[in-house]
Design a protein around this ligand. Structure first.
Ligand code: 2AM
Ligand code: CA
Length: 266
């Protein structure tokens, strides 16, 4: 499949960072990481991957701004373009030797996401999307799942980390979703969860709080696969609200409704 020059640049950066993460992941799996410092080791792997992506993207597109998980916001001379990058999404999985983690790269042009790449190096699954050009996994065109009943749907989610998000509210949401769906999955990489919605593996997904680098590429991926993504109120402010709800048209609508319900006694 012929990819655009832009997607090629993004894919090259993601694959190069992916090779670096894979080497470091191998060490984690072989338990060669000292028990004293596994999280230091992982943040080093994370920083190395970010460095590679920053270098590759700046070389190919000098002057574009960045928003990256580790460095934060980096201004560029070009105020029309911004890369939004998570070099390692699913850090906890990575640290535990679970092969569900990803690199997420999105490009924003005048505030609109125009291209996204999500890569899971452990499974060698590469997801790409360009605005108006569809979404792909490796070279296969993606389409969101066709299920329309919540009772048939498998829904992905993320559990707020200790001290982040409101656990009480989340448990109410989870309880309601559990009661109305075929199953709930908690995979640990929000970027991959959104890619899975695009691929029709998950029928829907919700999570908060999420940062722009967790979701930017995934939002485009789902939309280009024919799906819907909004914030929890049904609006388009996923970055501002840090909330994300995704699915095909029917599941997205049903999930939004379920997430608003109070706890129902059993
Ligand atoms: P990370 O692995 O890059 O930290 C897991 O449910 C998802 O939430 C992952 O995508 C994870 O990204 C993200 N996440 C973890 N802590 C977070 C936080 N404090 N704010 C926003 N997102 C977070
Ligand atoms: Ca992340």
């Amino acid at each position: 499949m012929a990819r655009s020059a832009l997607l090629n640049v993004m894919v090259q950066a993601a694959m190069k960072a992916g090779r670096s993460l894979s080497r470091d992941f191998g060490e984690v799996q072989n338990l060669q990481v000292s028990l004293k410092g596994p999280s230091d080791y992982v943040s080093q792997a994370d920083r190395k991957a970010e460095e590679i992506i920053h270098a590759e993207l700046s070389r190919a597109r000098p002057g574009y701004a960045f928003l990256m998980e580790e460095r934060g916001a980096v201004d560029g001379e070009d105020d029309q373009h911004r890369w939004i990058v998570d070099p390692l999404d699913g850090t906890t999985n990575f640290l535990h030797g679970i092969p569900i983690f990803s690199i997420s790269i999105a490009l924003e042009r005048q505030g609109q996401i125009v291209a996204g790449v999500i890569y899971n190096p452990a499974m060698d699954e590469l997801y790409t999307a360009e605005r108006g050009g569809g979404a792909f996994m490796n070279d296969r065109r993606l389409r969101v799942a066709g299920r329309t009943k919540l009772s048939d749907a498998v829904i992905g989610t993320g559990i707020p980390h200790l001290g982040r998000g409101h656990h009480g509210n989340y448990l109410v949401e989870l309880r309601n979703v559990m009661g109305e769906t075929a199953g709930v999955r908690r995979m640990g990489s929000a970027a991959l969860d959104l890619a899975y919605v695009a691929a029709g593996r998950l029928d829907g997904f919700w999570e908060e709080p999420l940062a722009p680098w967790d979701t930017a590429a995934g939002i485009l991926m789902v939309r280009e696969a024919g799906g819907f993504v909004t914030d929890k109120k049904g609006g388009n402010d996923m970055f501002g609200t840090t909330t994300v709800v995704a699915g095909n048209e029917a599941i997205h609508r049903a999930l939004l409704k379920t997430l608003k319900k109070p706890v129902t006694p059993r």
